[in-house]
Design a protein around this ligand. Structure first.
Ligand code: SF4
Length: 490
């Protein structure tokens, strides 16, 4: 089904995003005037009127027997709405949110917030001197966030502040290196990922390109302290031990890793992990790895194209412990096709038996670039759902393992409109994860599909991406380097 909004010149993005949050399974089209009949033949679902003294919104129910549903917000006495002002945008968002709550008889856990980094708001309030409670209250009143989520965001922001206290902001940076190969492609994947089988003969060429990028980029950060290093992907452990050794050797050759506070390798897929690979990572100084089950139900693993079993996850985790890793992260996803709260409970029990040091709980997000969208078209939306109950089972399970929430982010089109939360035992939080979310430090990102981020004095943030396709990245490595020079200015 499609729903259309007419008469929208302003705040198109915000209005579209809020409607998608209420109607995730519908296609939402926003028109400046009346709907273009070639794109949408029926009457509009929502009409918006901006007048100097008021904003008025009307929902036209699909059932002709139902009456239109109108809500209005008026400008303060004696004043007019400046349509370009933040106050006007906020009033429009509040009006639409509250109207949709009334109309659908539901509310959203994150209120009218549509951004992916809600903890940044709480963090800004803490920096301005608010207490944790005041920051939470601000999110409730200004952004209509539920009391539970507002408290969660404020507590996480406070924890992040402590964890980041030893980070060098202007004086430091973090390094990301992407390895875009995976054993197979997961159904929900929207990352830069290519099946290893077809790329294996060219992995050496990819590492050659990475080396050129490193050699050219390292001088841009000369004199600055490298705080964290993250090798992600894709699945970095698809590399053979000798290739991992070469990669980490290159990093150490071009960058001073003497002050590293964290060195993560996202091992990720259990079917790519071997004792020999883990031994190399340990010898090369990796301090934190991920072994990601996503679920411990074999039938779901098969359905989502992971092509490994829960038993392989257990085996990979034990290998990692036996290799000496004392900081192992696991990722799970809630809302996977066909999974119920009972499946989440089962997965959490199995994870508890393993005892990881941190756990990232994702809500399934339906990305346009993923195979999941086609799967939904065929099987329907109703068989994927994340619920309060699933979130609660995961949060309780993490607490029972002695973990506290330490970072949080949201994505578009998340099942249940929830969030992704990272939990960790004391001293085991992934610092890089927080840095990505809080955007207080520059990140130099190398490899296909990676996105570098410059954080400049005054808070200005700029990004430059690398080509996603591996072949394009390799063939145009000089252009990737030029993009970095433009961003980091050396
Ligand atoms: S392991 Fe991650 S990057 Fe690889 S296919 Fe699955 S979701 Fe994508």
């Amino acid at each position: 089904m499609m729903i259309a909004v007419e008469n929208i010149e302003l705040y198109r993005y915000e209005i579209h995003s809020l409607l998608k949050a209420f109607y995730p399974q519908e296609t939402v089209k926003v028109f400046v005037g009346e709907p273009d009949v070639r794109k949408y033949p029926g009457p509009a679902f929502l009409r918006v009127e901006f007048e100097p003294d008021r904003i008025e919104m009307t929902v036209f129910p699909e059932e002709a027997a139902e009456m239109p549903f109108t809500r209005t917000v008026r400008a303060p006495e004696g004043a007019a709405f400046d349509q370009k002002s933040t106050a006007c945008k906020t009033a429009a968002k509040h009006l639409l949110y509250e109207m949709l709550c009334d109309y659908t008889k539901t509310s959203l856990p994150w209120g009218e917030l549509i951004g992916i980094r809600p903890t940044k708001i709480a963090m800004a309030r803490l920096r301005e001197g608010d207490s944790v409670e005041e920051a939470a209250r601000y999110m409730e009143t200004e952004h209509l966030v539920s009391p539970e989520k507002a408290a969660l965001a404020a507590q996480i922001a406070e924890r992040e502040r402590k964890i980041l206290s030893g980070i060098h902001y202007e004086n430091g940076f973090s390094l990301y290196v992407g390895i875009p190969f995976c054993p197979t492609t997961c159904l929900y994947c929207s990352f830069t990922s290519y099946p290893l089988a077809s790329w294996k003969p060219r992995v050496g060429e990819y590492l050659d390109a990475l080396e050129r990028e490193m050699e050219a980029s390292a001088p841009m950060f000369e004199g600055r302290i490298l705080d964290t290093l993250y090798i992600g992907g894709g699945t970095p452990t698809t590399l053979e031990p000798s290739e991992s050794e070469r990669l980490i050797g290159m990093i150490r050759q071009y960058f001073d890793t003497g002050a590293l506070q964290e060195f993560t390798v996202e091992a990720g897929r259990p079917d790519s992990i071997t004792a020999e690979k883990l031994a190399v990572l340990r010898e090369c100084g990796v301090s934190r790895i991920s072994v990601n089950p996503q679920t411990m139900r074999d039938r779901t693993l098969k359905l989502i194209g992971r092509q490994h079993t829960a038993a392989q996850t257990e085996e990979a985790f034990r290998l990692a412990r036996d290799s000496g890793f004392d900081n192992i992260n696991m990722d799970i996803i809630l809302g996977l096709p066909g999974e119920t709260p009972e499946d989440v409970r089962y997965t959490m029990e199995k994870i508890r038996e393993l005892g990881p040091d941190d756990l990232t709980v994702h809500s399934l997000a339906v990305k346009r670039a993923s195979g999941l969208l086609k799967w939904i078209e065929k099987n329907g939306f109703s068989s994927i759902s994340n619920t309060d109950e699933c979130m609660e089972i995961a949060a309780r399970g993490a607490a029972e393992m002695g973990m506290s929430p330490y970072y949080l982010y949201r994505q578009k089109n998340m099942s249940g409109n929830f969030e992704n939360v990272g939990y960790a035992r004391e001293g085991r939080a992934g610092i890089y994860n927080i840095l990505i979310m809080e955007e207080k430090q520059s990140i130099l990102a190398l490899g296909a599909g990676s996105i570098s981020k410059g954080v400049f004095p005054g808070g200005r943030i700029e990004r430059r991406d690398n080509a996603k396709e591996v072949a394009v990245y390799i063939d145009h490595i000089d252009e990737m380097i030029e993009r970095k020079k433009k961003l980091f200015g050396r």
